[in-house]
Design a protein around this ligand. Structure first.
Ligand SMILES: *Cc1c(COP(=O)(O)O)cnc(C)c1O
Length: 381
């Protein structure tokens, strides 16, 4: 038997224990406290946004980000089929309609070239997701959003610290962090994300008004003057000070985590290039943080990702499959959504893609073992 190489294991050996202990010693364990404020401020500043509103997870962050725009019922929001269900669900939960496009074959992010055809008089927003650490093409997305007066809601859950170049065909291009570009942006700090609070999330925005609405929405829309007088329904979506304490400690080390992710990716790429696999891209206008190192089996390989994953697990390598497109989800078909729609790139990578062990705790030797296992499996092909 091989020892299992886990697909993700976080590193919590900085100030995490010390800060969490401080919460317990001082009894600041619920959703107010110094760590919450610090985490919100520092994360917003790191990403280049004015306000941070910490919430209990990334799914809730997306839901709230859609909610606070108060889009009219039936408004359409354009997103890539290739994403987690949290995105499409946030749209549906807010009485809006998700409208899909395919993803780009190289970055696996929303293909901006397909957006214009999907715009109608009901379109209100675009929701790009920075997939597996590579930024979506924000330059093109912003250009479309400006032309058609659409909001941009970024999902940067997988791309902490990734960067994207804006104004790249001008005299002075500038680099922006993912989650620092849209009208609102959403993050998850789940245990497999680049920095983690266990469970957790955040919404960022530069708008004072949206920030105020997000804070109220997070906290049951309590009244401002008379606490128990409610103008709207929100929810209890608060993060705890204990979770934020962990977030503060993780954020202290984010540059180190990103450097390591990039090293890991280079190590994988060096050993896997030349095999019949598509490997993660890094566009000239992008800094990929390689949240997860994804690979896509070329069509010449006679097995799919599921079979490939089974062969890897036999050799002690844990992997995860790629997302299955939103247009292939029975739950949406039952709502009458996406029936008979096809997105060939998404369909292909969802069947032929998987991601390799990429956690902070992985060693170079383990990466080499993963690559050897892949080469061994690939040999007959
Ligand atoms: C992880 C993730 C989410 C959801 O975050 P949770 O904290 O697990 O709810 C949303 N979007 C993307 C792209 C993610 O990877």
């Amino acid at each position: 038997m091989y020892a299992l190489i886990p697909v993700n294991e976080p590193l919590l050996n900085g100030n995490e224990l010390d800060y969490v202990t401080q919460c317990i010693k001082t009894t600041w364990i619920s959703s107010s406290g110094a760590f919450i404020e610090r985490f919100e401020k520092e994360w917003a500043r790191y990403c280049g946004m004015k306000h941070g509103i910490a919430v209990c997870n990334g799914t809730v962050a997306l839901d709230m980000a859609v909610a606070v725009f108060d889009f009219p019922e039936g408004s359409e929001i354009i997103l890539s089929s290739f994403t987690i269900i949290s995105c499409a669900q946030a749209v549906v939960n807010n009485e809006c309609v998700p409208v899909l496009v395919d993803c780009s074959p190289d970055t696996w992010c929303l293909d901006p070239g397909q957006v214009a055809d999907k715009i109608t008089e009901k379109t209100v927003a675009i929701m790009p997701v920075h997939i597996y650490g590579h930024p979506a093409d924000m330059e093109k997305i912003l250009r479309i959003a400006n032309r058609y007066h659409l909001k941009v809601i970024e999902d940067a859950a997988e791309s902490h610290g990734a960067e994207v170049q804006l104004g790249r065909d001008t005299q002075c291009p500038s680099w922006k962090r993912c989650g620092g570009v849209g009208d609102a942006s959403c993050f998850s700090f789940f245990a497999n994300k680049i920095i983690t609070t266990g469970e957790g999330g955040m919404v960022l925005t530069n708008s004072d008004e949206l920030a105020m609405k997000l804070r109220r929405h997070r906290n049951l829309y309590f009244g401002q003057h008379q606490k128990f007088l409610h103008e709207k329904l929100g929810g209890n979506y608060r993060l705890t000070n204990v979770q934020a304490a962990m977030g503060c400690a993780q954020l202290e080390r984010i540059e180190q985590f990103i450097t390591r992710k990039r090293q890991m990716a280079h190590r994988y790429t060096k050993q896997l290039s030349g095999l019949p696999l598509a490997l993660p891209a890094e566009k000239k206008w992008a800094k990929n943080v390689y949240w997860m190192y994804g690979v896509v089996l070329e069509d010449a390989i006679p097995i799919d990702a599921q079979k490939f994953a089974r062969l890897l697990i036999k050799r002690g390598v844990q992997t995860r499959p790629f997302f299955l497109g939103m247009h292939e989800q029975p739950v949406f078909h039952r709502m009458g959504l996406f029936l008979h729609e096809h997105y060939p790139v998404c369909e292909r990578i969802s069947r032929r893609g998987l991601y390799l062990p990429s956690g902070q705790a992985i060693t170079d030797e383990q990466i080499d073992e993963v690559c050897s296992a892949i080469k061994e499996i690939m040999k007959p092909f």
